[in-house]
Design a protein around this ligand. Structure first.
Ligand SMILES: CC(C)(CO)[C@@H](O)C(=O)NCCC(=O)NCCS
Length: 506
């Protein structure tokens, strides 16, 4: 055979083998872990730090074994799941390890000292290897630097909030440094550039990012649209915020809006309002958990499609403004009034009747609603709301929101305040808006912060509508739009940079 023929044969063979190994579906697990927190805010010894991390890893090991027994190929554990979040730069230091670039081909379980002391990576690697399962965890990376690097912090090291993935042999296959740090995370540095981390498996192409990242373009949207991942791994420590940003509500909406699977493992801490994990698909949640009452974590198992993408050009396949720009405004006699959802001033219009059509507009956004309530209770008020503007006090990013919302009480000044329960079911709703973006996330939230799997759909003309009415009372139906190109530059990135430089000069 000519060399070129041999090459072709090898390629064909390799493809055949890959196809035989590839599966249409796979079982995945996310574990909502109640993190055991350090008992002191003071700096501890490396041994004490490891002891605390081992207590958390003891619990995670139980979850990993259980996941493997249930046939899962991959398990996701939460952000800050091994040591918590109450730290300064100094006090987190004993918890950190140097995490190498996965291209070094390292199995910590079989070669634990190759890159210095790394007991956490060793144990995670062994848990993956001994149970033949991909393990996804969140730990801290430290990278020494010196004055030859003008951005090197004064204490001589970078510290990163880091996701790691170990494959079924225990090999480190992915390392991701969190790009969009949340405000209190001063123990960590921002990476200089966003990282777009992916890896291939027989059950699809995976991407990874963490928590606050999900609200921004880089790396989250780029992974889904340009790098075309099938499933996103998402360790998080998410603090629920009603009405639009509870964990299960927004994370399920992101999976639908982007047309990918999202495996979201949240930390469980009811005092911090952290609960809500799930295995979310483009068609809705396969499994989810929200419990603000118990202290217990929860293992969630579901079988997912390995190739869930609806089309290669999703989400552009949905024209979010098509319907809304084609209809006339339902103006009528409806008065509008302003109301605050936290600091954002929405334009609201009360749904006074049992059924009807409404339009409200703010700036460039007009929202249309057609609805029918099953019962119109005197004790409850619903509004249609619109918001088009910058959200956030420190980090400012642009939202366009259309929402059907239950007010906290019958007093209209409470519209937009958090409300967890409702009594009114809807026989139908259809919500649309004149969005200036392709990135719109459809949320439906029922009383008790419950999702509505299979009970609503998004049409290609951008309408979010019920299929057969709502099986439970409704808290909110929301089209959550993000205009990434109108976001302001991140103020904290440069602030922390200058801050570190100044500390160095002192
Ligand atoms: C929901 C949201 C965004 C509202 O401002 C906020 O409550 C939230 O949970 N942000 C992400 C939190 C995060 O990155 N945690 C990791 C370190 S504690």
């Amino acid at each position: 055979m000519a060399p070129s023929q041999t090459l072709v044969c090898a390629a064909v063979l390799a493809l055949a083998v890959l196809q035989a190994l590839a599966s249409d579906t796979f079982i995945a697990v996310v574990y909502e872990h109640t993190v055991i927190l350090p008992r002191t805010i003071h700096k501890v010894s490396p041994d004490d730090a490891l002891a605390l991390m081992n207590r958390n890893m003891d619990v995670l090991e139980g979850a990993i074994k259980e996941a493997a027994q249930q046939g899962a190929r991959i398990i996701v554990t939460p952000e800050d799941g091994i040591y918590g979040w109450v730290f300064t730069r100094e006090t987190i230091y004993p918890y950190l390890e140097d995490i190498p670039d996965p291209e070094v081909n390292w199995i910590p379980c079989t070669d634990p000292t190759r890159f210095g002391r790394a007991p956490v990576q060793e144990r995670l690697s062994c848990m993956a290897r001994n149970n033949s399962i991909y393990v996804v965890a969140n730990i801290g990376d430290k990278k020494p630097c010196n004055s030859s690097d003008p951005k090197c912090p004064s204490d001589g090291r970078y510290q990163y909030n880091t996701d790691v993935v170990f494959d079924t042999e225990g090999k480190l296959v992915a390392r991701y440094h969190k790009y969009n740090l949340f405000r209190q995370e001063t123990q960590f540095n921002y990476p200089k550039e966003p990282e777009f981390i992916t890896f291939e498996t027989p059950f699809g192409k995976f991407g990874i990012f963490t928590c606050f990242d999900i609200l921004f373009r880089e790396p989250a949207v780029v992974l889904a649209t340009e790098l075309q991942v099938d499933t996103v791994l998402f360790p998080t420590a998410w603090m629920n915020v009603l009405p639009f940003l509870t964990a299960v509500e927004f994370h399920s909406a992101w999976a639908m809006g982007m047309g990918v699977n999202l495996l979201s493992a949240n930390t469980h801490n009811t005092i911090m309002s952290m609960t809500g994990s799930g295995l979310f698909t483009p068609h809705g949640p396969a499994m989810y958990y929200y419990n603000s009452k118990t202290k217990e974590g929860r293992l969630l198992v579901a079988e997912l499609s390995a190739r869930p993408r609806l089309s290669p050009n999703y989400p552009a396949a949905v024209n979010w403004s098509s319907y809304a720009t084609s209809v006339k405004n339902y103006s009528g006699e409806n008065k509008t009034f302003p109301g605050a959802v936290r600091r954002d001033i929405f334009t609201f219009s009360e749904l006074k009747h049992k059924a009807g059509n409404h339009t409200v507009c703010q700036k460039d956004l007009c929202c249309h609603l057609t609805y029918q309530m099953s019962n119109k209770s005197k004790d409850e008020v619903y509004v249609l709301g619109a918001f088009d503007g910058l959200h956030g006090s420190v980090i400012k990013y642009h939202w366009q929101i259309c929402t059907l919302l239950k007010c906290k009480s019958t007093d209209l000044s409470t519209c937009g305040q958090p409300s967890e329960t409702a009594q009114t079911k809807f026989a139908m709703f259809s919500l649309s808006g004149t969005f200036g973006t392709n990135y719109v996330f459809p949320e439906v939230l029922y009383s008790g912060v419950q999702l509505a799997p299979g009970e609503f759909e998004v049409l290609s003309d951008g309408r979010l509508q019920s299929k057969n009415g709502t099986s439970k009372p409704l808290l909110t139906v929301t089209l959550f739009g993000r205009c990434y190109e109108k976001d302001l530059p991140h103020p904290l990135r440069s602030f922390l940079f200058l801050h570190n430089k100044k500390r160095k000069q002192l």
